[in-house]
Design a protein around this ligand. Structure first.
Ligand code: FES
Ligand code: FES
Length: 181
């Protein structure tokens, strides 16, 4: 099978150049080549968003991307964050502090089996990043969360707690909301 060269930054570490089978999905690349198994396979066809990771755009904006339906080649040269890269670690690799989204999910007991959680963490992280650049009207928080995370499927149906936790982060972080329209 033909191979393609792949290099990228994943969770702050340079990866590659590696020769990767050309039809490898980003999800399989994370699992099989990098041993990063926190990104979960749900449907495998782009519907459930369990496999969502975060990619930095040219302007530094964070974009949520489904890793199951995107070829690894799409990420060549990109800066990528998976759920393993969300918490702050010390030099020994021990968790020093969870991200604000992770802390809110814990406080709210948002997840049950946890299969969808990595996708929700990354989707919510990209949303918070977007609101830093483009604050939402204070009376539209529910709608904004629904638009950003409404396609994430939780088979344990934990939507209310996920949405509550994300709302908590948005409302407690200065600068993410503007006056109601
Ligand atoms: S596993 Fe990727 S969208 Fe469902
Ligand atoms: S917590 Fe089980 S699928 Fe969402």
């Amino acid at each position: 099978m033909a191979k393609i060269p792949v290099s990228m930054i994943v969770n702050g570490e340079k990866v590659g150049p590696l020769e990767v089978a050309e039809y490898t999905s980003m999800l399989d690349f994370l699992h099989e080549y990098l041993n990063l198994t926190g990104t979960k396979l749900g449907c495998g066809i782009g519907v459930c968003h369990a496999c969502t990771i975060v990619v930095e755009g040219e302007d530094g904006a964070l974009e949520p991307v489904r890793s199951c339906i995107n070829n690894v080649g799409r990420f060549n040269g990109k800066v990528v964050t998976t759920v393993e890269g969300q918490a702050e670690l010390d030099a020994a690799g021990e968790v020093v502090a969870l991200s604000p989204v992770q802390q809110a999910f814990l406080r709210n007991f948002s997840f049950q089996c946890g299969w969808c959680t990595a996708g929700f963490v990354n989707g919510a992280t990209a949303l918070i990043d977007r609101l830093k650049r483009d604050p939402a009207p204070a009376d539209k928080v529910e709608e904004v969360i629904g638009e950003a995370l409404g396609e994430h499927i939780c088979r344990c149906t934990g939507y209310v707690r996920y949405f509550r936790a994300v709302r908590e982060v948005i409302e407690s972080t200065p600068g993410l909301l503007k006056e109601a329209e």
